[in-house]
Design a protein around this ligand. Structure first.
Ligand SMILES: Cc1ncc(C[n+]2csc(CCOP(=O)(O)OP(=O)(O)O)c2C)c(N)n1
Length: 630
């Protein structure tokens, strides 16, 4: 690999020289059916699972027969056929994903163990803490393998953490930790095997700390100048390959001839693999495929309610009812969130669910948004569906990385869908201040690979939530807190789904188009009631990503005047994108500039007078009337 790198024949490379015993020992000790989640230095996991070298080289060269269709490099890939889940660059998020896979195994009671890797540097991340904490509380069958090589890029342990060793941290999590010489393959192999057996007798997580040293630079370009003089020479005496070879020679298990034969055979294998990969043509870009692979093909059947039975329900009851029916329909659906079990969630959406579905499927979580959203992906890898309730949409910031980098990108990167719905109680108007009132849908609107649903009425909320849960892709489902108990509507009693991506024309008129969603729909209705002379098309988007382009074009072409209304702040909001879309696609039909009505570009204030001033509702009426008069 080093030669190829110098020749410019492969892209970036993270050498595991000096640490090989950990990957190889682990791969051999784990059952092939069990998942391993490696890091950037764990080539031995991939070769240990006997992935053909030609495919690995194809991956490193960005060829089609690799694992990511040329979309991601080096070790950033998963290989589901080999039960390997590759990392994202952010290191720590792997551990939450491992929790989810392990949770799936726990629920199946299949005695399978999951192994996940981290370095000593990555162990400083919040994900490390969250994931081990969740695994400890839930007794998850997972081994957290820490490759302690004393350096994170150029930063020595003394500048990374104060603890002496990682097994000490295990005590804090209430779990057991084991430390081994990571340069001794027999010790690593034996430790992993022993921990597996312990876990199979009684489900629980372990920390396995493997002491080792990275002989080369973080990646080749960054060198090793920061290592103190003599350190590499010192560690080279403990090289795992040469030491093991000497041991096998001493024990007369190998002789020099066999070593030479092995090396020759490996050289041939490498050269053959390389040739296959090099001979493969370069990938030809096809934009259609690039877009198509963002999502797993969704087979959501649009299912109308079977009977005509209708109830008048509040938004909260419609959501709760939809979720309950989804739980009945999908026995593999797992709910996770803070206080959602016996307590029923802070808004009571899951009130009574534990009694019907049990605590295994309705899971209280620690305050660990990142690990739990990551666990959602892990559950989907293991054949489950997950719904994660954010206690308030504001708190999604603590799980942001998992959503935008893991859930959103995994299908496009390596074909693994994230069958996860994140429910987001959102919005203001309840005098709850800047951290319990935000509209943050625009943060996610910019992320390819996500779907965003935001219903305004009870019937839409139920049918779109059931559709979101059926959809095998990640969906953010926004629910306006202030509407939970303030609006009611007719809701079909039976299970049904509404198509994601379709807007609804709530009112029709020729003067002007109002495009909005969420609370905006109700503000617009109120304003139109107050001004009966204004005849407007009122388009409720219902889904923000993908937004309904046809419906927008149709109404704009009809009225020639558009105002976009949203509760979120103005700059960089969804209105900006919609306005650009309209200008680009039906400029000739416009009789006035596209107008946006949004909240002030400040955080959401607490005091009611300030909040009302912040929200667009009171400005909207004038903006609408000015537009009509334009
Ligand atoms: C969140 C995040 N911050 C920074 C980086 C850049 N980075 C990549 S690897 C690395 C050092 C990791 O050290 P360690 O976890 O000890 O693993 P090692 O490389 O030593 O095997 C850093 C800083 C990153 N990939 N992700």
């Amino acid at each position: 690999m080093l030669l190829l790198l110098r020749q410019g024949k492969i892209s970036k490379w993270f050498s595991g020289m000096g640490q090989e015993a950990i990957s190889v020992g682990t791969a051999l000790a784990m059952d092939k059916e069990e998942f391993i989640l490696p890091m950037h230095r764990n080539l031995g996991i991939f070769t240990g699972r006997e992935i053909p070298l030609s495919r690995l080289f194809a991956q490193f060269q960005g060829k089609m027969s690799g694992f990511t269709k040329g979309r991601d490099r080096s070790f950033h890939f998963g290989a589901k056929d080999y039960n390997i889940v590759g990392m994202i660059s952010h290191l720590g998020p792997q551990m939450g994903v491992a929790d989810g896979i392990a949770l799936g195994n726990l629920l199946k009671n299949n005695k399978k163990v999951t192994a996940v890797f981290t370095g000593d540097g990555g162990a400083s991340e919040g994900d490390f803490h969250e994931s081990i904490n969740v695994a400890a509380v839930w007794d998850l069958p997972v081994i957290f393998i820490i490759e302690n090589n004393y350096w994170g890029l150029s930063t020595p342990s003394a500048e990374q953490f104060r603890c002496k060793q990682f097994i000490d941290k295990a005590i804090g999590y209430g779990i057991e930790g084991v430390q081994v010489d990571g340069n001794n393959i027999l010790e690593v192999y034996d430790a992993v095997l022993t921990l597996r057996e312990k876990i199979q007798k009684k489900n629980r997580p372990f920390i396995l700390e493997c002491m080792t040293f990275r002989m080369r630079g973080h990646e080749e370009a960054s060198g090793t100048k920061y290592y103190p003089e003599g350190l590499q020479e010192e560690w080279s005496k403990q090289d795992p390959l040469t030491n093991y070879e000497s041991y096998l020679l001493e024990q007369k298990i190998l002789d020099e001839q066999q070593i030479a034969d092995n090396r020759k055979q490996l050289k041939t294998e490498i050269e053959e693999g390389l040739k296959i990969a090099f001979d493969e043509p370069l990938i030809k870009p096809d934009t259609e495929i690039e877009y198509a692979d963002l999502f797993k093909k969704s087979e959501v059947k649009i299912q109308p309610a079977a009977s005509g039975r209708i109830n008048m329900l509040r938004l909260i009851d419609a959501i709760s009812g939809g979720l309950k029916q989804a739980m009945q329909k999908h026995p593999n659906l797992i709910l996770m969130g803070q206080d959602i079990a016996e307590y029923g969630g802070v808004f009571k959406v899951t009130d009574g669910f534990v009694t019907e579905f049990g605590k295994e499927r309705v899971r209280n979580t620690p305050l660990c948004e990142s690990a739990i959203i990551g666990a959602g992906l892990g559950l989907s890898i293991n054949g489950y569906k997950a719904m994660v309730e954010m206690q308030f949409a504001d708190f999604v910031t603590c799980g942001f990385n998992q959503i935008v980098n893991n859930l959103a990108k995994s299908h496009w990167r390596w074909g693994q869908n994230a069958d996860v719905v994140v429910r987001m109680p959102t919005g203001g108007g309840v005098a709850a201040g800047p951290f319990h009132s935000q509209s943050n849908e625009a943060w996610f609107f910019h992320v390819p690979g996500l779907k965003i649903v935001y219903p305004a009425f009870p019937a839409d909320a139920k049918g779109l939530l059931t559709a979101a849960i059926e959809d095998p892709n990640p969906v953010l489902f926004f629910e306006h807190k202030a509407l939970y108990r303030s609006i009611s509507g007719e809701v079909p009693d039976d299970y049904y789904t509404i198509e994601i991506g379709k807007a609804n024309l709530v009112k029709t008129g020729n003067d002007v188009t109002i495009i909005t969603y969420g609370y905006g729909v109700h503000w617009a209705l109120e304003t139109l009631d107050k001004n009966p002379l204004v005849k407007a098309d009122l388009l409720d988007l219902r889904t923000l990503l993908p937004f309904d382009k046809e419906a927008i074009l149709e109404t704009v072409k009809k009225t020639g005047k558009v105002i976009i209304l949203h509760e979120d702040t103005l700059i960089g909001g969804i209105g900006a994108e919609l306005s650009a879309f309209i200008n680009e696609n039906c400029f000739e039909y416009l009789d006035a500039p596209v107008v946006r009505s949004a909240s002030l570009d400040t955080p959401v204030p607490f005091v009611s007078e300030l909040e009302q001033n912040f929200l667009p509702k009171n400005r909207f009426e004038k903006q609408l009337m000015d537009l009509v008069a334009y």
